[in-house]
Design a protein around this ligand. Sequence first.
Ligand SMILES: Cc1cc2nc3c(=O)[nH]c(=O)nc-3n(C[C@H](O)[C@H](O)[C@H](O)COP(=O)(O)OP(=O)(O)OC[C@H]3O[C@@H](n4cnc5c(N)ncnc54)[C@H](O)[C@@H]3O)c2cc1C
Ligand SMILES: NC(=O)c1ccc[n+]([C@@H]2O[C@H](COP(=O)([O-])OP(=O)(O)OC[C@H]3O[C@@H](n4cnc5c(N)ncnc54)[C@H](OP(=O)(O)O)[C@@H]3O)[C@@H](O)[C@H]2O)c1
Length: 374
Amino acid sequence: MAEFPTPEKTFGRQNPFAARLRENRRLNRQGSGKDTRHIVIELGSAGPTYTCGDALGVFPRNPEALVHEFIETLGLPHDAALNETLASSAVLNRVRKKFVRAVAEKASGRARDRLQDICADDKAFDQYIFDRDVIDVLRDAPGVHFEPGEIPGLLNTIAPRLYSIASSPDHRPGEAHLTVALVQYTSHGRQKQGLASGYLAHLADQSPVAVYVQPTRHFHLPPSGRDMIMVGPGTGVAPFRAFLQHRAIHGHSGRNWLVFGDQHEKSDFLYGEEFLAAQKSGLLQKLSTAFSRDQAEKIYVQHRMEEEGAELWRWLNEGAFFYVCGDAKRMAKDVHESLVKIVARHCGKTLEQADEWVAETLMKNENRYLKDVY
Ligand SMILES: Cc1cc2nc3c(=O)[nH]c(=O)nc-3n(C[C@H](O)[C@H](O)[C@H](O)COP(=O)(O)OP(=O)(O)OC[C@H]3O[C@@H](n4cnc5c(N)ncnc54)[C@H](O)[C@@H]3O)c2cc1C
Ligand SMILES: NC(=O)c1ccc[n+]([C@@H]2O[C@H](COP(=O)([O-])OP(=O)(O)OC[C@H]3O[C@@H](n4cnc5c(N)ncnc54)[C@H](OP(=O)(O)O)[C@@H]3O)[C@@H](O)[C@H]2O)c1
């Protein structure tokens, strides 16, 4: 991790700001299968500033227990400097091929043969490293030893992770709120967590956190008087919480429509009370929700969009901006497809014409289809 900067420097990825954690609260209620955190980072008056739509870069650290287990398993000497280097710089929850090859090289007997066979077969090798961490690999080759100096070159260096900022800078000045989904899974008999989401989820009050602001190039609020439709399932809701706070504080007159989705209404309606209050106060003209696991068949945000397709088209036709945030792999693609279908159905175009209208008019020429997907 980079050194904490002196105050006169500009903060950035090379010069993270030493912020403090002010709040770490689980947003999911009892019975949920998920762990999504509301994280408040205190930037104070000396820290970096941001605008709605920006992301916060966070430099994570490995859990002490994992660092300790790695040191113990390798029989390394207990050394504060090595401990710190491993905790702050080395990826331990994933492995690179170079590490597995080095372990195979030092292993003996059947363990060596097995690992070397895996290393020689591209497909088997990809599969092997997919869900193993350093401990899983070392357990496959008991007794392997490395000198401390050999280790850094065998492990990837920790990179910061980005999180969409879930607050307006004018909501509680000096704070940045994040909505973080804890990545967790079990493989090879051991529980694993994502490096940065695990780090943030376990961070105690007042802990130092190294952060920087990653300004968005394109994901900005629309002009004050323009309507916006925001599609943000799961953690994708984060920037829209910020947008709504900002519009409330600054009295923007444009209408707001939020389409939110997650697994269960009872336990996973992230910031549900805030959004229901915004609906009551008139800040949110429309709130559509899709709880995917509250019934036998899956209901996703794009299904709600299609159900309300006529109205969605009216908003678009009247100049509304359309925003999508969250999962890039499936959700954003499906939402795009539904948007095209809605335009075709309610504006009397063929699917090809609708596709072209969405891509050329909405997205390219008028710049009112904006995505923040990851
Ligand atoms: C612009 C931007 C904004 C973002 N905003 C947010 C946000 O607001 N909230 C948010 O939560 N995230 C957000 N992200 C994602 C975030 O940056 C991290 O990628 C995310 O938190 C995971 O990081 P991690 O370090 O916890 O996990 P990592 O340590 O990077 O681990 C994730 C990896 O775990 C592996 N994995 C997951 N499940 C399994 C499994 N069952 N078996 C085997 N392997 C598995 C996957 O290969 C995955 O690559 C954003 C990303 C970008 C680029
Ligand atoms: N690209 C990535 O690496 C990436 C992106 C986003 C999230 N994630 C990971 O996923 C976990 C949870 O993320 P999250 O809480 O933000 O939400 P999420 O997993 O994206 O889920 C939010 C809601 O979207 C639903 N959903 C699933 N597939 C969908 C689709 N094709 N179209 C529309 N909706 C769909 C989910 O339903 P069901 O769960 O019932 O299917 C759920 O109701 C985290 O561990 C996070 O790191 C990874």
